[in-house]
Design a protein around this ligand. Structure first.
Ligand SMILES: [Fe+2]
Length: 372
């Protein structure tokens, strides 16, 4: 924690503890900063709080959170009180803004709000870079006090650390996703005719999961599992993978081993927390509801939800795409084949979800793909 409890009242301390607890639970940056702003307004008894962030591209300050305003406020970072505090990196208390020439009246004119007094504190990140300002406006009954200034400076520090942490987390997640996509591209590059298969399967799996109201965390695991479901094909020789004709028994056995390789390779990647099931989901995309699938011959609910969904998306994509040995099937023919496979090859809910999706986007009518 960054605050010195001697400087702040009990109510302020309570509020800071509430904010700190929220920071450790909420991961969405906008919700966090909105919470910081509303708690600050309550504790300091002001009409509104605004958090301006600096855009280094345009050298402007823009309102990341502006209580009471639906429209974004944006202005040059060298203008107004906010601009002055941003440049000087020093907190400024104004108990009567009309007496300060730096006050930018244009913003009040645009918003219709009347500013009387304010404290503006710089938001300085742990690397000592000023990334914006935190402004509290119009103390309701009184002038601002030194304790108010201390409180706002503490909240500004919390804001800076929060922004930094969330940005770091987001950039790590982006890097992870890019890395997984690069792996997917590398396997797709093996065969130009099946290029795009994994990305299409990922898209369709997402749609099926949406229509089945699957929980967000499981959906994220399905996303990565779908991207990497065929990664094990990296261990299958070109002579088998690209063979235009029918495969021999031995060749089929080698091709089928790709799910085993997928599981081994993905298990060596540290998928943790909500992504823990990625290797399992990916390695079950050739299992069948009747137990005649591979590699483990699992039946019904022995197959994970991710495995069931990716299996439907995988077969759908394979049938509707051109292959070395045949032309693509029509949408109607493919969906009817999937419907025929309900209860033997495929999970009922997953097939119906895909059917509903194509009906909803107007690609075909319910009569063209009847279900018993
Ligand atoms: Fe596969």
């Amino acid at each position: 924690m960054f605050f010195n409890s001697k400087n702040i009242e009990a109510i302020q301390l309570k509020s800071l503890l509430r904010i700190t607890r929220a920071i450790s639970h909420v991961r969405d940056l906008n919700s966090l900063i909105t919470l910081l702003a509303s708690e600050t307004s309550k504790v300091l008894d002001v009409e509104r709080s605004t958090v301006f962030l600096h855009s280094s591209k345009t050298d402007e300050l823009w309102s990341y959170v502006a209580e009471g305003e639906s429209e974004e406020i944006r202005f040059s970072a060298s203008h107004g009180i906010a601009g002055s505090v941003f440049r000087s990196e020093k907190t400024l208390v104004l108990n009567d803004v009309s007496k300060d020439q730096r006050f930018n009246k244009a913003i009040d004119k645009t918003t219709g709000f009347i500013t009387r007094n304010m404290i503006t504190a710089p938001i300085i990140n742990p690397s000592r870079v000023c990334i914006g300002v935190f402004q509290v406006i119009n103390k309701k009954d009184d002038n601002f006090t030194t304790k108010d200034v201390h409180f706002l400076e503490i909240v500004s520090s919390e804001t800076a650390v929060t922004i930094e942490n969330v940005r770091l987390l987001e950039s790590r997640e982006r890097m992870f996703e890019d890395l997984i996509k690069a792996l997917t591209v590398s396997i797709e590059a093996r065969d130009p005719l099946t290029a795009g298969h994994s990305f299409d399967v990922t898209f369709l799996s997402g749609k099926i999961a949406d229509y089945m109201n699957i929980d967000c965390d499981i959906k994220e695991a399905i996303y990565y599992a779908a991207l990497l479901h065929d990664y094990g094909k990296i261990a299958v020789p070109d002579s088998i993978l690209k063979k235009p004709g029918t495969l021999s028994e031995d060749e089929t056995a080698i091709l089928r081993k790709h799910v085993h390789h997928t599981k081994i390779i993905l298990s060596s990647i540290e998928f943790e927390g909500k992504l823990e099931q990625v290797p399992l989901f990916a390695s079950q995309h050739h299992e069948r509801i009747d137990g005649k699938g591979y590699p483990d011959g699992l039946k019904g609910d022995e197959i994970s939800i991710g495995g069931k969904i990716i299996a439907v998306a995988d077969v759908f994509e394979a049938l509707t795409a051109k292959r070395h040995y045949r032309e693509p099937y029509s949408l109607k023919k493919t969906l009817n084949l999937l419907i025929d496979g309900i209860g033997t090859q495929f999970d009922r809910k997953a097939v119906l979800a895909l059917r509903d999706y194509f009906i909803d986007i107007g690609k075909l009518s319910a009569e063209e793909v009847p279900v018993d």
